[in-house]
Design a protein around this ligand. Sequence first.
Ligand code: ZN
Ligand code: FE
Length: 271
Amino acid sequence: MNLLPLPAFADNYIWMLHDAVDAVVVDPGDAAPVFEALGRTGLRLQAILVTHHHADHVGGVAALREATGAVVYGPARETIPEPAVRLAQGDAVTALGLRFEVFDVPGHTSGHIAYYCADLDAADGTEGGMARLGGTPALFCGDTLFSGGCGRLFEGTPAQMQASLDTLAALPGDTRVCCAHEYTLSNLRFACAVEPGNQALLHHLSDCESLRARGLPTLPSRMATERNINPFLRTRESAVAQAAQVVDARVNPADAVQVLAALRQWKNDFR
Ligand code: ZN
Ligand code: FE
């Protein structure tokens, strides 16, 4: 199975999975990069997975479905282009012979979902070419979890986002974290302000800076890395809780939700 990020707009990624015959895309905010990739490779688009309703994630859905007949899957509780198969926590999608579990991850939007595939090479008869991923899991988390950060709370509460991030952080450490935006460097600069003494974070920042200097994506990240460097997955760490209390003295450092709320506000104002 092959996994690749198709760049779209200024900093979106449309994730494409394919087995050299059929393809799946996640959050095609723009149809053009997907048509370009399908045309270049001769792949057939089998399914479109949507995480949430924002235009930069659904803008290309209708054109792609009309041109390819791909089945569209999306969140049960949001307005997205119809027709679509609606999904919520506990549901699963089968595409490319792979099973994608659905998690409800509200916070960025109130009905946001994520898709988790426990084994990218589980499908029968698929011999991927480049970027063969030998059985590792993958998570398509839209705008809920970013490398080094999390989505803005447009519709949900800090408590919802904390619970959503707890769900995702519990996935296996080798999970490929396929986020929908290349926000990594600005997130990591903020993370360094929160945890200046985190050596894993400093190391990861320098790795990501060199990737970006070469024009390469910093994604997918790995869940084990995120647990070590992402302040929004570290709201129970004393260094993170204390930093949140410094910017907002009302924060109870023993309350992860209050810490997350203070971090998110701090990040919104951070330059
Ligand atoms: Zn969004
Ligand atoms: Fe987005």
